[in-house]
Design a protein around this ligand. Sequence first.
Ligand code: ADP
Length: 415
Amino acid sequence: MTENSRTKILYIEDDFASRQLVQRVLHSRGYTVYLADDGLEGITVAREKEPQLILMDINLPNMDGREITTRLRSLPNFSSVPIVALTANNSPGSRKLALAAGCTGFLTKPIDVATFPRRVKEYLEGHQEPLSADERSEHLQRHVQNIVERLEEKVRELEQVNHRLRELDSLKSDFILLVSHELRTPLTLVHGYAHLLQEHLNRSDAIPVSDLTHIAAGLSAGTDRMQEVIGEIISVSRIASGKLDISLGPVRLEHVIADLQSQFQEVCLARRLNLHVSNLNHLPLIEGDGKQIKMAISHVIGNAIKYTPDKGHIYIVGRVLNDAVDLIIKDTGIGIPVSEQHFIFDQFYALGAIEHHSTSKSAFQGGGLGLGLAIAKGIVEAHSGRIWVESERRDPDDPPGSTFNILLPIKQAQK
Ligand code: ADP
């Protein structure tokens, strides 16, 4: 056991390389060294280990080294323990400020390996750097002002965070209402058809095939919609928790769009919407998860249909931009206010009143859960792509239209 081995030193420092160097140098002299990478952890370790000396970095995240020193000085066991500032900032003002905050001494980084152990020993033996009473009071005042300014900054930050949390909380409450609304409609349908079936069975008469077909179609439409709503909630929660599984393979966007075109054909016919798909066979194969990409594009086309008045037009074109494919979906719909364009990709963001949230997913302005674009964005970003919208304003009476761009890299970077 060396003469220093009972001496405990705590080093509070956020920089890994500095922590390692100081630890190695002091360790080689036999000291027991404890490390903390931020001030709050430093206070906890100091209380637990009761070191004989503390080395204190000044520029620390959250609370800085001077503030931590002042805090430590107020604790019963630390009123006279040497606390030595160890900082890259060696201006005279910085030194005096550290001493006024309660530091015993001031050393600069990077440390001089040859002299550092000797300096540490001097502080352990009681060396204290001088500061005149006038200088102390002047710098103490500055120190207090700095603390109050930082406090103000923190309070403002907290207020903002609190505001955002309250907003999210209210969005979530709206969302719960929406989900119940969206599920209740198909549930009523399923309930109605199940009841009808039960009645037939109770009468124990033969059920005509046409009635059975009708009931089966109704039940299946209801359960499909419920499955879709639940699927959207699961997708968005996977995206939010970063657990979206992407299985890469070659994707031909021309085929994806052709599939979606036939998927939306019926609703386009019913609402006399014109879906114009330009020739996409010049687009290269892209690397991605075909199913997920289809889901992302489907939400964007679904919205174009939902927010375009009957007889309107939707255009789908594609082009190659550097090493990515840019798919453009342009509609002649009601448009999106510029101020809202950033938020529509957020979870739960459904612009407009809840009463809009209608029975039909494809009816004009029939609302959804406000998850479609969040899902689309999550999928596109999981492919290192980008999605954005351009629109002049919202005006159902004189629809300005919206244009969505989905940019997908042709090749995914190796992870
Ligand atoms: P929702 O389920 O409400 O459609 P989305 O996340 O798909 O949710 O869209 C969010 C909001 O963005 C919608 O409520 C709508 O107000 C607006 N929006 C999205 N696409 C369009 C579009 N093509 N035209 C006009 N508004 C749109």
